[in-house]
Write a protein that binds this ligand. Structure first.
Ligand SMILES: [Fe+2]
Length: 333
């Protein structure tokens, strides 16, 4: 039997190269027909720049965010892509050299002497894109969202939720939409983590205009490395894996902070069940040690909460040859 594959290894390798060009064109290479009733824009975010002026990043997740938008209208499709012009992206483009280390292990040229004690984080805005409250926002979990023009993809600046967030305040990259019901309108539920010996979990609920209508803060013991959460009509669910963080390889310029995390196999993963209504007490459950990056879904059934999660026996390796697809949003207009 003939071994036919519709791709080559070179095709796959293309995913690990920078896309430096910004495009803006009508897609004319289409098989079949685009249904004329399909109208809207599919947005996608992900690392677009995998080198800085020729110096390869250690891991794709350290790459500057690029938004791709495919707009469907009247049976046609239009493609546009643009870099998110974050402060760090613009600074490195001007300097024509790498100025920042990466969370996932990218180091500036010059060895540990050039990297030690440089603990600045570059907001690369590369993890998620959402459209809420008439705003297109590019998210990265350790700093503010970036606000973009949904038509031109022009970067408009950092988002502060009406002044609530200071510059550098994190918003995690996986907010969830509560579609609401007859009693309550839809909301966007977002969260942020301030990790430390005692970690803070911030939960923001935004109404359909993008206004923060509730901000609750909870404290949980231990270092909280939480990338995603799940919601139900009444609860937010956070899985806190038992990780240890040894900052020294990061501080002394050998590793990125995400490479300094280890999962402890002999301690439980905690599941925090946090009521969305203010004033109600949170509960905690414990399960076997596991690392959780993403959740599938959660819902309430009688007095039970069901949550679907992807759990790993160990923390992910940061092998730079592995990437993972990230996120999209689709708006109708
Ligand atoms: Fe993610």
């Amino acid at each position: 039997m003939q071994d036919f594959r519709p791709y080559t290894f070179e095709d796959w390798k293309g995913g690990a190269r920078s896309l430096k060009q910004e495009f803006d064109y009508l897609i004319d290479d289409i098989e079949g027909e685009i249904p004329p009733e399909l109208n809207g824009t599919l947005f996608r975010n992900g690392p677009g720049l995998l080198d800085v002026n020729g110096q390869q990043l250690h891991h794709p997740w350290d790459g500057d965010g690029m938004i791709c938008a495919i707009t469907f209208s009247q049976g046609q499709a239009h493609f546009r892509n643009r870099f998110i012009e974050t402060e760090g992206y613009l600074a490195e483009r001007t300097a024509k050299r790498m100025l920042y280390r990466g969370v996932f292990g990218t180091q500036k040229p010059g060895g540990c002497l050039a990297n030690a004690f440089d603990l600045r984080l570059k907001n690369i805005a590369n993890t998620q894109v959402i459209y809420w409250g008439d705003k297109l926002l590019a998210l990265w979990e350790a700093a503010n969202p970036y606000h973009l023009n949904p038509k031109t993809l022009e970067t408009l600046g950092i988002e502060t939720f009406g002044g609530l967030l200071r510059k550098g305040s994190p918003i995690a990259a996986h907010p969830k939409i509560d579609p609401g019901n007859s009693a309550q309108a839809s909301r966007l539920v977002a969260f942020a983590i301030n990790a430390g010996l005692i970690s803070k979990i911030h939960i923001y609920e935004l109404d359909s205009t993008g206004t923060v209508v509730q901000h609750l803060t909870h404290r949980v013991p231990g270092f909280a490395f939480i990338h995603d959460f799940a919601i139900t009509p009444n609860y937010c669910l956070f899985f806190q894996p038992p990780v240890s963080f040894n900052p020294f390889p990061y501080v002394f310029g050998f590793r990125g902070p995400a490479e300094c995390i280890q999962l402890q196999a002999n301690r439980p993963t905690r599941v925090w069940i946090i009521p969305r209504r203010k004033g109600e007490a949170m509960q905690v459950l414990e399960t076997d040690s596991c690392f959780v990056f993403h959740h599938g879904n959660a819902f309430e059934q009688g007095d039970e909460i069901i949550v679907y999660s992807v759990s790993y026996q160990d923390y992910i390796g940061l092998d730079h040859k592995r990437g993972y697809p990230h996120n999209t949003d689709f708006i109708n207009h």
